[in-house]
Write a protein that binds this ligand. Structure first.
Ligand code: BG6
Length: 483
């Protein structure tokens, strides 16, 4: 098979990370604390805690993470050896605006990302950038209540303008908010905190609070898109959503209605990002509940002027919904958006962390997104979180990760070649081991490069290619023809 017949020429094979999960240097170069810098370590089934401030005696795994801040040149050399064509990372907002409400940015923070992007470009790797990946400045959360406050729209726009003006000649693909729809799950306080810097007080309706913060983020995103277009019309600015595939439990019409309802929740944010207006099902819900989500005159025009160019999304799993009160809120469900009525799927297995493994679901989701939005699609996260064993000779034989990725890429290929999906790239998550978002663990590893560090922060931080490194290198060089 000719390599060009599999994926389009210029297909963006890459790897993905987020600043707070690998950089470390949490207070280096004038950086302020972020909402993630007060998150303790958790474990499977043990939630991470949010402390009031950075407290002595607590262990915060993101503070040092895997020290990419000081080692990025060494890591980028490995990415280049692997043949990555792009590298998705995020800009730590609190490196650029340490408190978040300053009028002038921190030059040292800006210089760091110049160095990072220059190093990538020098190695032939295109940076792909998320403006906000779960880490607004802590000050904005504590003093303003995060995105509860409409003032955050202006602060985010300023942050976006500074970044896009500074880096637009180096970065073509941007995304505004990572997995903006995660916070739809208000069962767990983690998501509203990391997405929006919001905590919900006793007696408040968490859903109303979430929609209000979400409205402000949708405005902020739309303004960032408009700013980006004004600065450089050649940029591609997308949204980023968590896109676990949803299946109905059965053809019982009640299950089908539960499935439709779950899809409304899943697609609420991208519906606004793409169409530039609120969907009717959401407006009706606000009216029915009597919620004031903060929509003001003029907001419609802002949303309409800032629709996205492409859909960036993560895919890890599928979930099944059923019309029953008998809910099973396991971790997979919590991670995938806290869908009401989620039940286990007997046809597929799960990872050690309970995340369902469903490669075919990726093809299904690619089709759903293509049909619903008809925009270019970019899989900016997909991967297998697992414990890795280091063999006595130092090798890491992560064959299960290779199998997971191979099966997902195979489905991605079918979506492109059989279904005509317009897919522009694929950046598997955690291309280098990093701190798990939901648990704060190191042992839940996704990387193709092993990092010697454990859950307690011990280890040399030495890097070592796993078996998946050579495998993925070959996948890229064959443009996905040889898996
Ligand atoms: C996505 C996030 O939800 O999933 C990443 O965008 C996260 O930040 C990834 O790391 C995997 O989740 P976890 O909890 O296994 O790290």
């Amino acid at each position: 098979m000719s390599t060009s017949s599999v994926f389009p020429d210029g297909f963006l094979w890459g790897g993905a990370v987020a600043a707070h999960q690998l950089e470390g240097g949490w207070d280096a170069g004038g950086k302020g604390p972020s909402v993630v810098d007060v998150l303790t370590a958790g474990a499977h089934g043990v939630p991470r805690r949010v402390t009031e401030t950075v407290e002595p005696g607590e262990f915060y795994p993101n503070h040092e993470a895997v020290d990419f801040y000081h080692r990025f040149r060494e890591d980028i050399a490995l990415f280049a050896e692997m043949g990555l064509r792009c590298f998705r990372t995020s800009i730590a907002w609190s490196r650029i605006f340490p408190r978040g409400d300053e009028s002038e940015p921190n030059q040292e923070g800006l210089a760091f990302y110049d160095d990072l992007f220059d190093e990538l470009l020098a190695r032939g790797i295109e940076p792909v950038v998320t403006l906000s990946h779960f880490e607004m400045p802590l000050y904005l959360a504590r003093e303003y209540g995060g995105f509860r406050s409409r003032e955050l729209v202006d602060f985010f726009e300023r942050f976006a303008r500074v970044c896009i003006e500074r880096y637009h000649s180096k970065v073509r693909y941007w995304m505004t908010f990572n997995e903006i729809n995660n916070q739809m799950n208000t069962e767990s306080p983690l998501f509203l905190w990391t997405n929006s810097g919001v905590t919900v007080a006793a007696g408040e309706d968490a859903q109303e609070v979430m929609y209000r913060a979400g409205h402000h983020e949708l405005l902020a995103s739309a303004r960032a898109v408009a700013v980006g277009r004004e600065i450089d019309p050649d940029l591609q600015i997308g949204c980023m959503i968590s896109s676990a595939t949803i299946y109905p439990y059965s053809c019982d019409p009640a299950d089908m209605m539960a499935y439709q309802r779950a899809n409304h929740d899943r697609f609420f944010f991208p519906d606004v990002h793409v169409r530039g207006r609120y969907p009717r099902y959401a407006l009706k819900e606000f009216e029915r509940q009597g919620w004031d989500v903060g929509i003001r005159d003029g907001d419609e025009a802002i949303l309409a002027a800032g629709t996205v160019d492409y859909i960036g999304f993560s895919y890890y799993m599928s979930v099944v919904v059923r019309a029953t009160e008998d809910t099973d809120l396991d971790e997979a469900n919590v991670v995938s958006g806290g869908l009401k009525g989620a039940v286990a799927n007997p046809y597929i297995s799960t990872t050690e962390w309970g995340w369902p493994i469903d490669p075919v679901g990726l093809r299904f989701t690619l089709n759903v997104l293509q049909e619903r939005y008809d925009l270019p699609l970019f899989i900016v996260e997909n991967g297998f979180g697992a414990v890795d064993e280091v063999a006595p000779d130092g090798a890491v034989h992560d064959q299960a990760r290779i199998a997971y990725l191979r099966e997902h890429i195979e489905q991605m290929r079918l979506a492109v070649t059989e279904d005509g999906v317009n897919l522009i790239g694929y950046t598997p998550w955690g291309i280098i081991d990093l701190v798990s978002f939901t648990t704060g663990e190191m042992k839940k590893r996704y990387g193709m490069i092993y990092v010697d560090r454990d859950n307690e922060g011990n280890g040399t931080l030495e890097r070592r290619p796993k078996d998946s490194f050579a495998w993925y290198k070959h996948v890229i060089s064959s443009n996905g023809a040889d898996l």
